[in-house]
Design a protein around this ligand. Structure first.
Ligand code: PA5
Length: 447
């Protein structure tokens, strides 16, 4: 079974003519993407990554991962945005969450994705007497959040292990030549991994940015790459926009957007998918939110959030549509038994599998939400495993490129992110930002 996109709960909202126009536009955007002549074409390295990846690269990630697993109980992944979300998305989606209670398993901890003093203080205290390594990830090598977390952690590493011991425990993933992190790593002799120049942060899961931490977590990175390769082959060879999964998804979501549904909710029924949705939100939000345009990407974890956000989705402002991600089969199902007395009233479900109960929750919710004027797209995936996540990552990246071009924006830059970074540098008093600082101060004085 392949990943499929079912549109039965969206079709009645769509004017066929509008959909046809978008299918045609997706074809043009697809050709532009593959011709590598569109906006941001200097950042299209991700398109060929799954095929160009050498076995020796995967071997190196596995070798380093095994060194880290041998000498550490914890790996701290330092990064923000595209420099940590892909790894976290895959690790949390696939790893058995209860394995983290087993003290024999290495644990992945995240830092440098915010500036909370309490979080970092507690992390430093926690790690004081633990064996740990650090994978610091920053393409620019100058982002403040990871740089601060790295400074805090390297101080601790040096206190615990000395300069030489620290060298064995720091792994830096950064640009091949630019940025403070590259300079730092060269000076200290850290093992480094290169983020290709032509791959932007949010498209970098299939580089050492994602693959090294994922390998440390013990997941099968070769299968992830194989999944991405399989999806790439399908998307590159299928020219019919209704049959090409990425063109179809981009066409439907843009057709629904043109109906005034400005918010797309990525819905899942698997709690371990939570961070995958965070990755997806970054991919689409940072790629498409430009020129006062773009679908606002949101997410919910169901059925949990049906008891909080469910009311709004059913009956609040009618600005929403959904893309519902579901997995055809669980790894291990559970059959419900019978209890004498039937005090909980559940004996009518005797002999039913929990996945069957969940499938009825999904269907019931789809019917309710589409009755409530929320168009719903359904993405059905065979299984939540490495191969299928590899496929899904590549599919979403490719569809995002097409969708961005359909919107007439550059899906591969992020000028808005730079704005806050520059203001922050100015307010922190960084050299070179004096002019910006006085501009902000006069703005603040006028408030
Ligand atoms: O997708 C992107 O480009 C961003 O989200 C970056 O990944 C994020 O800003 C972190 O940047 P850097 O890796 O340069 O520290």
């Amino acid at each position: 079974m392949n990943i499929s996109l079912n549109t039965r709960f969206a079709d009645r909202f769509l004017n066929p003519e509008l959909l046809n126009q978008n299918l045609k536009a997706s074809q043009t955007a697809y050709e532009l993407l593959l011709s590598k002549k569109g906006a941001g074409s200097e950042y299209l390295g991700w398109i060929d990554l799954p095929d160009s990846m050498e076995d020796s690269e995967i071997k190196r990630y596995l070798e380093i991962a095994s060194i880290i697993r041998k000498n550490s109980k914890y790996l701290v992944v330092i990064g923000i945005g595209g420099s940590y979300l892909g790894a976290r998305a895959v690790i949390e989606a696939i790893q058995n969450p209860f394995d983290s209670y087993d003290e024999n398993n290495i644990k992945i901890i995240y830092a440098g994705h915010q500036l909370d003093a309490d979080y970092h203080n507690r992390l430093l205290k926690f790690l004081e007497d633990k064996e740990f390594s650090v994978n610091v990830i920053s393409k620019s090598g100058t982002t403040t959040e990871p740089a601060i977390a790295f400074r805090l952690l390297i101080d601790l590493l040096e206190k615990k292990y000395g300069k030489n011991g620290t060298k064995q425990r720091v792994f830096a993933t950064t640009d091949s030549s630019k940025g403070a992190l590259k300079k730092f790593s060269d000076e200290y002799g850290f093992e480094t991994f290169v983020i290709p120049d032509d791959v932007g942060g949010r498209y970098s899961v299939l580089t050492p940015v994602g693959l090294l931490p994922i390998a440390v977590a013990g997941l099968d990175i070769a299968k992830i790459v194989e999944g991405a390769r399989t999806m790439r082959k399908q998307l590159i060879s299928e020219k019919d926009s209704m049959k090409n999964l990425a063109m179809k998804y981009a066409s439907y979501r843009n057709s629904i957007y043109q109906l005034g549904k400005n918010v797309e909710i990525l819905v899942n029924y698997n709690p371990s998918f939570h961070f995958f949705s965070e990755w997806w939100k970054q991919l689409y939000g940072e790629s498409e939110g430009k020129g006062h345009k773009g679908i606002f990407p949101a997410s919910v974890d169901l059925t949990t959030d049906l008891h909080s956000m469910g009311q709004y989705i059913q009956d609040g402002e009618r600005i929403l549509f959904e893309t519902v991600v579901s997995f055809d089969k669980p790894h291990h199902d559970i059959v419900l038994g019978e209890r004498a007395g039937d005090l909980d009233g559940l004996n009518y479900l005797k002999g039913k599998e929990l996945s069957w109960v969940s499938s009825k929750a999904i269907l019931g919710t789809l019917v309710a939400h589409s009755d409530g004027e929320v168009p719903c797209l359904e993405l059905v995936i065979p299984k939540l495993d490495e191969f299928n996540l590899g496929q899904l990552i590549y599919f979403f990246e490719f569809a995002c490129g097409i969708s961005g071009y359909m919107l007439n924006i550059n899906p591969f830059d992020q000028p808005g992110v730079e704005d806050y970074k520059n203001n922050m540098f100015a307010l922190l008093g960084k050299k070179g930002y004096e002019q910006k600082k006085s501009e902000i101060e006069s703005k603040l004085n006028s408030l």
